[in-house]
Design a protein around this ligand. Structure first.
Ligand SMILES: Cc1ncc(COP(=O)(O)O)c(C=O)c1O
Length: 404
């Protein structure tokens, strides 16, 4: 008897595949075993280290005898205060460190916590297409129905508010919902600087989102991990008047402080929202290692010069990413923020997957096909800036030699 038939997975996993990058990295490993030595320009994991003083705090604190126990479910006071100071200094937002800030073990995890806290079976959540794939899967895992709203070059990668109104009026379509009657749209995922398109927010966009959320009683969840990367003016949705009534924000130290593997993020918002999410989250994890929290607090106090130093590295790489994309006859805007360059593929390829596969198999360079971020990304590719300039130069040479 096949052992696989003895065990069945939960229905909530139906239609949820393994995360694209987890699959793709296996394929790349296989190619490397065959001696391909693939250059990975796909994933957005900063290759630069955190500031040395951050590492020093981790070392010193973890050598102490009394820091190894479970920590508060609400995070260490020092980290909450550092987050409040960071929000005041950079985003001009006042937050009560005791009530309006919840440290998270990564913001990806926070997306799941929010979906589990607010979505009932069949409730709808608006998700950007193209957008970070986790919004869609977290909504589904929580039992909700994800409803795409489109971001297009034509709308300058901003939501089309007429489309949003139509989607809200239509409610949750029956085909995406297994319970009857279908629930209503309760959440909207938003992310600016936008991944993968690199689009920066405007004050007006944030005001319209807050107004939209208030009129329809929809919680606007703004995911804000990229605001310090290739961008001099970080913005928070929470700086918008009235935002705390209808919005929460996720932030992260993964990209801005080069600490992706440390798993430190935060949820910011009104006390009620923080308490609601904590009801779910405190049943899921038991807090973060204290030395990691204290080192994260140190990272949040870094100066403008520190961010400028990191951005100077990304700027140099970005010039080479442009050169590579020009070689591939792709078109792109130079006004993008975040860790990537998003580019339209030439019409000679069926889609971004075809271009990505060709570059992988003929030149041994991996670039991300835009279609993994949703159907609206199919004619695009995304190049990550998390690779040293030498690798970019080598990638360009390989692409030239392969005659692509
Ligand atoms: C848009 C977006 N949100 C959230 C995350 C997750 O970041 P974290 O490392 O904080 O979980 C990513 C990571 O790639 C991202 O691109």
């Amino acid at each position: 008897m096949k052992t696989s038939s003895l065990i069945t997975t939960a229905k909530r996993l139906e239609g949820i595949g393994e995360y694209y990058f987890s699959q793709k990295l296996r394929e790349i490993d296989e190619l490397n075993k065959q001696g391909k030595n693939v250059i990975n320009l796909g994933i957005g994991s900063p290759d630069l280290p955190p500031d040395p003083e951050v590492i020093e705090v981790l070392k010193e604190e973890s050598a102490k005898p009394n820091v190894h126990g479970y920590q508060s479910y609400k995070g260490a006071p020092a980290l909450r205060k550092a987050l409040a100071d960071w929000y005041r200094q950079w985003y001009g937002v006042e937050l009560d460190p005791d009530a309006e800030i919840l440290p998270l073990i990564g913001s990806k995890e926070g997306i799941m916590h929010i979906c589990m806290t607010y979505l009932d079976e069949g409730d709808g959540a608006l998700v950007p297409n193209p957008g970070y794939p986790t919004y869609r899967s977290a909504v589904k895992l929580a039992g909700g129905a994800s409803i795409d709203y489109s971001l297009t070059a034509g709308s300058d990668w901003f939501p089309d508010f007429d489309e949003l109104e139509r989607l809200v009026a239509a409610g949750v379509p029956m085909r995406t919902c297994e319970v009857e009657p279908p629930g209503r749209i309760k959440l909207m995922w938003v992310n600016y600087p936008q991944m993968p398109t690199g689009k920066l927010p405007t004050r007006e966009l944030f005001e319209r989102l807050v107004d939209f959320g208030r009129r329809h009683k929809i919680l606007i969840c703004h995911d804000n991990p990229y605001s310090f990367i290739l961008n001099d003016t970080p913005m928070s949705l929470l700086a918008t008047p009235g935002a705390k009534e209808v919005a929460v924000e996720l932030n992260s130290l993964s990209k801005s402080q080069n600490m992706a593997g440390w798993r430190v993020g935060a949820l910011l918002g009104a006390k009620e929202r923080i308490d609601e999410v904590l009801r779910f989250k405190s049943n899921m994890d038991s807090g973060m290692f204290l030395p990691v929290q204290l080192a994260a607090a140190k990272a949040l106090s870094l100066s403008r010069e520190w961010y400028e130093g990191v951005n100077a590295v990304y700027k140099e790489r970005r010039e080479l990413a442009y050169e590579l994309l020009v070689k591939l006859k792709c078109e792109f805007s130079k006004e993008q923020a975040g860790l990537f360059v998003w580019a339209r593929i030439p019409s000679s390829y069926a889609d971004g997957f075809a271009l990505s596969d060709r570059v992988l198999h003929e030149a041994g360079v991996f670039i991300t096909p835009g279609g993994i971020f949703g159907s609206a990304g199919e004619n695009y590719v995304r190049v990550s800036l998390c690779t040293p300039v030498e690798k970019f130069r080598e990638s360009i040479n390989r692409i030239k030699s392969a005659g692509i």
